[in-house]
Design a protein around this ligand. Sequence first.
Ligand code: UQ1
Length: 445
Amino acid sequence: MFSKIVRNGNNRPFINSCRGWFSTTSHDHEKHSCKLLIVGGGTGGCAVAAKFSKVMKKQELIVLEPSDYHYYQPLFTLIGAGVGTLEGSRKKTRDVLPDNCIWIQDKADGFDPKSNIVKTKKGNIIKYDYLLISVGIEPQFEVIPGLLEALSRPGGVCSNYSPKYVNGTYEALKKIKSGNAIFTYPNSPVKCPGAPQKICYLVDHYLRKEGKRNDVKITYNSSLPVIFGVKKYADALWKVVEDRDINVNLRTNLIEINSDKQEATFQNLDKPEEKMTMEYSLLHVTPPMATPKALSDCKELTNSAGFVDVNKDTLQHLRYSNVFTIGDCSSTPNSKTAAAAAAQSNVVQKNLSAVMQGEPPQSIYDGYASCPLVTGYDKCILAEFDYNLTPLETFPFSQDKELYSMYFMKKNLMPPLYWHLMLNGYWNGPAPLRKLMHLNLNGEK
Ligand code: UQ1
């Protein structure tokens, strides 16, 4: 296998398909091989690793994941609002990955699907029979001029989208007394597309409780043309923003921050020459996001936007039948949430197992995603929907309401469900519960 690696004129080895990434150092690189390689030990990677660890030998299953810690990111919205702690949202990677797999603590640096090889940052090589790509999407704080500088100093700029910055949101919230509180949604796909507005509602509620709300103007500036993609929940959210006196500007994209002047500049995406500068006391930024460069550089695996190019039903790669994907790095047009990854984990397990046995993939992902839209410290609208943006609700009542029960579920029930069931491979989303609740036991949606 490794004899296929060729050398270019500089005596640098490279692999034909995704070239340019093969580094040259003098020490010997490690070579690993396995039946299933899972690149990325986040939500999707960890859940699928748990499933296959029950049926594979330890040596057959490798997880490539660089981080020491695994974060339960759905908690970040609440942490930013002062509910819960960062420490409470994380566990050691070693403790969440299954014992019955090999964890290589390193990062993917290059993919070569023609040769079934992934190269790592440390220069090692992993050869696989089957590959699951679960690398997620990463915030790109650096692409908004002035953002990194603004986040590094006190001054009201914050973001829930990183463990590095999430505690800063509550710090900024405690300080604000008057002026503008502005919340942004970028012009790119994002993970948890509800989160940019959830923090806006929590800040509104916080300021009301503190008696400061009349002195602060709240604005939600979103690049999207709608407040939410599913009409049923969008209608409910428009009522929420009217009730709470929150200004919403659509197709409005943050392009620059001047933290000396406490000013943020936005662009009208429909009329790019039209720019608007607003002064802020608090600015919560949802940064643009993208798949890791090592993945998007591999054009054979990805679409033009850098996402793994898979069949949206089977989650199998369109050109490489031994490659699957799960979670935020997938080209599938679902909302990028943990609940979506849960539903996908079952499809990936079934279809990968089928392909390993020489059979066609038959399990179908319906695009299910769920978004607990927290609208205050004691209420939440639980949005659930599929690829068609049709509501697919678990509970036997209409879920377009702000309910305490849904807040309770988000805050208290979802974390243990995630850590104990999902990451151990036992949670495939709420479909069975939905069928039970709707007394539909004959297998229909
Ligand atoms: C869910 O499955 C899930 O993934 C583990 C979440 O992310 C943490 C959720 O927030 C929600 C709401 C679901 C769906 C679960 C039920 C019981 C409706």
